[in-house]
Design a binder for this molecule. Structure first.
Ligand code: SF4
Ligand code: SF4
Length: 380
């Protein structure tokens, strides 16, 4: 393994840029960490940490120089690879008929600096759902092709993180080209680098690095162990899919529905949610029509509309659909969980509804029907 200093992050971004990638990384914008184009260390959230809890997100001054000292950013990689609004086709009227114009593939492949293990596992979910089935999503495939990932270990998980319960880890496990673990201690500010692909090795060969010392490897292990032990939440996954299906008629759904505002925040921030709708618009001259694909949400009142009416008319049925699909239905459909434990749906729910607490409340109510449902689902 290799180590590199702070200046080498600038080198890494420059090498990726020179190789033709559009480089995205974490930036502070509107009081949150978001993914956006970057050109070097100066763009990164140096010394910025976060506080996250149910319905709470704040940035804080860490009092150190860490570049990646926050937990899950407000969004994962989804908005870049599966945008909230994308043109599918533009149709122009011509004197003799119509011209059809399809959007072109992105000019440059994307590179992501700072992706976390939960981001990579969410990417694997989207790869399965959008690219690995009989009818692949063409525009997702075009954006996904050639993506280069520089993952980063989480040093400081937040109050809503529970990736470890979902088989993840603060240390990226798979799906990266390079993985960094940032160390800040008496020995200085440095990054231990692991190579995950041939492309990663080729890029790293152009950056100033040194052989990693045994003490640095020990520091990585210690930091990861500490982060693993400091998850803000846990989710008991023992028999969870069976439990979710068995809870279909639980009175607990009424308790959640009384709090849920059907605002759709949870689905918009979830890195694995993939529901969309199609919208058509025509300009005022009536000569050009555009068809767009836009994110949709199973919490929307008309999302389940089919001929004759709406299948899930109540808030209770919509929350039940969402959480049951995440924790049980995905297993049947795709052979994996629809939840990677990033905690974003908990942080960004204005009603502080907590997927881990609701699953625990359902488990408790099935085990003991006398459970007080008013308090069983309170955020913990
Ligand atoms: S669970 Fe929370 S975030 Fe999701 S729709 Fe209901 S109120 Fe909004
Ligand atoms: S359901 Fe919630 S915790 Fe799970 S992946 Fe989606 S946003 Fe993250």
């Amino acid at each position: 393994m290799r180590t590199m200093g702070l200046a080498a992050i600038d080198e890494l971004v420059a090498v990726l840029d020179g190789a033709g990638y559009e480089v995205f990384g974490p930036r502070v914008r509107d009081g949150a960490i978001v993914l956006a184009p970057i050109s070097g260390v100066a763009d990164l959230p140096r010394g910025v940490g976060d506080e996250q809890d149910a319905a709470r997100y704040r940035l804080r001054d860490r009092g150190d120089d860490r570049l990646f000292g926050y937990a899950a950013a407000a969004q994962g990689l989804k908005p870049v690879l599966f945008p909230s609004d994308e043109l599918l086709v533009r149709i122009r009227k011509t004197p003799i008929g119509f011209d059809l114009e399809e959007p072109e593939a992105p000019a440059r492949p994307r590179a992501f600096l700072g992706a976390r293990d939960c981001d990579l596992r969410a990417l694997a979910v989207h790869d399965t759902v959008l690219s690995s089935r009989e009818f692949a999503d063409k525009s997702y495939g075009q954006r996904r092709d050639g993506v280069f990932v520089v993952a980063v270990s989480c040093a400081d998980p937040c109050g809503t993180c529970f990736c470890v319960s979902q088989g993840g880890s603060p240390k990226p496990g798979d799906g990266y080209d390079l993985a960094l673990t940032e160390l800040v201690d008496d020995a200085g500010h440095r990054f231990v680098v692991e190579v995950g692909s041939e492309r990663g090795a080729e890029v790293l060969a152009q950056v100033t690095t040194a052989e990693a010392a045994e003490s640095d490897l020990a520091a990585v292990d210690a930091q990861v162990a500490e982060a693993t032990a400091s998850m803000g939440r846990t989710l008991d996954t023992e028999g969870l899919p069976e439990l979710m299906f068995a809870a279909a008629d639980s009175p607990h759904w009424d308790t959640v529905a009384a709090r849920c505002l059907a605002c759709t925040n949870c689905t918009l921030v979830c890195p694995t949610c993939f529901c969309t709708s199609v919208e058509d618009s025509t300009d005022l001259s009536m000569s050009t029509t555009e068809r767009h694909r836009v994110w949709d949400s199973c919490f929307g009142a008309r999302f389940s509309y089919i001929h004759g009416g709406v299948v899930r008319a109540s808030g209770k049925s919509r929350y039940r659909q969402w959480i049951t699909h995440k924790l049980a239905g995905y297993q049947q459909q795709f052979g994996l969980s629809g939840c990677v434990g990033c905690g974003r749906c908990i942080t960004w729910c204005p009603a502080a509804i907590d997927i881990t607490a609701e699953a625990a409340a359902l488990r408790a109510s099935l085990a003991d029907p006398e459970t007080d449902l008013e308090t069983a689902g309170e955020a913990r």
